[in-house]
Design a binder for this molecule. Sequence first.
Ligand code: DC
Length: 645
Amino acid sequence: MSQEFLDLPQLVSAAGSVRLPGSKSISNRVLLLAALADGVTEVRDLLASDDTERMLDALKTLGVGVEALGGEAWKITGCAGRFPVKQAELFLGNAGTAFRPLTAALALAGGDYVLKGVARMHERPIGDLVDGLRQLGADVTYLGNDGYPPLQLRPASIQPGGVVKVRGDVSSQFLTGLLMALPLTGETVAVDVVGELISKPYIEITLATMARFGVIVERDGWQRFTVRAGSRYVSPGTVYVEGDASSASYFLALGAIGGGPLRVEGVGRDSIQGDVKFAEALAQMGAVIETGPNWMEAKAPAGGLVAVDLDCNHIPDAAMTLATAALFAQGTTTLRNIASWRVKETDRIAAMATELRKLGAGVEEGADFIRITPSTVKPAAIDTYDDHRMAMCFSLAAFATPLRINDPKCVAKTFPDYFERFATVTRAAPVIAIDGPSASGKGTVAARVAAALGFAYLDSGALYRLTALAAQRAGVAWTDEAAVAAIAARLDVVFTESDIRLDGVPVGDAIRTEAMSSGASQVAALPAVREALLFRQRAFNTAPGLVGDGRDMGSVIFPRAPLKVFLTASAEARAERRYKQLIDKGFSANLADLLSDLRQRDERDSQRSVAPLRQEADARLLDTTHLTIEQAVKQVLDWATEALQ
Ligand code: DC
């Protein structure tokens, strides 16, 4: 898994409007049926994502005419049920919506094919679909474990007509795959569903899409589906793919938590996707929902969200969004009938439980349910398990706390620019970044500005000083990068109103000595130490706002800070201030030594290769050589009034 991460500040509000990317479920169904159809289909608003790319690549390999028209439009020249390439090996990544239907279509198409995916795809069951295909006479071999991909498909004589039994209680994609492939047999075939059919709305999408391409499935409730002999797919000309209703869930939840109104465009009342019912679930939590034919909008309720106890069988994917929305609901939320979560991109019940617990929530999980009780949320680094929905769901938690999302690029499976859109409709708790050299007075100014605005205050230099102190106490040399970084990562510090506690004990002035100033400057030059302290600093970015002081607040830690100040003073003025400070605290001091030490530290802080001290292009310069503290504070507050509007 990639080591990349995305740090989210705490959010204060969400509102605006988002045009959704195309539905994954509809996109891949439309592509396959367009490929199997007679005629040319122009597919518009197709989802651009990993899963659709896997399908497009597979179709190209099979000899189907696939042409990009630009702007999410594609021209597919159908093969009228006969793929030109009769022998191929296909790699389908982790795309279930490509793997299952292609398995069915290729098993009945009369060629020699191997279908493979990523390791997780090889852990996702496909036995029920294969059993159904074998009843029709298909020749399918498991190349790995029985019941799981990879698969080998060989030409076989498909038996005429009859009834196929398929289980419906593990994944509805088996029934979807079978139904879409049945016209290839040329016979009348009935499919009987064994067991309770889950995720019924996805079958509705399948039937609606097949109808669009001219094949009407006769149905007897949710028990029996019949495709008549002579059914064949015919291109409808142009097909527009609806916006993705599952993707809509994140933005609707953001509106419900963060105020709103937040509108999603591309899916609404007239949608064929079952996940639009997510809006009803959110309304049960108290959200104010409005819908139009192809849009939906959510607002927060006056009294806040409330917990629900819900059967989520009809919205398996969007229900994940309810799990993180539950962090903001009063009471305990129970999501039931979600066993299918366990066989998705990851075991989503286990993954959801583990990550919600990291944030401090109380979680109970069972074979087919999850129960969430919110509590005080704490910053955490969230793992995403190569599961796009985990990454998107946990972005909501940023309303409770700053957090880190590991491997955020996994959203590419269905929503490559999710976090960019997320940023356009949310407002983060603002940061005032104050950087400058030692003893410039930035600490005093920053603390007073924070108090005046009611913001949190981060003395980032203290973290380097504490690291130096903890290293010294542990007998670790300040030059031992790996060992000091390990200490920085584990640093047990608590900042309170009156003091700083290291390992539970107030440190007092022990971090303010000249020795610790020098130690801090040395450990701060070590890249691994800076990396270890990165998220710890960003975790201070809470509502209603933060004032941070240091050397790299504006350049590295909070590059998006709406106000950056470079606060400095002449070396002589700074040495004199430090001299007075030390004398006041009862330390002995020598002005000339202080001046030379200060120059040495300035040199090290500004010449080091990582995060050197420098004035950012977008930082405002505040030279305090001839200013009182009050004057400096007033200047920063004036700038803040302007910048934080
Ligand atoms: O601001 P201060 O004097 O307490 O900082 C102590 C040392 O830590 C100083 O030598 C520079 C370093 N530091 C840093 O590299 N980056 C920061 N954001 C803050 C401090």
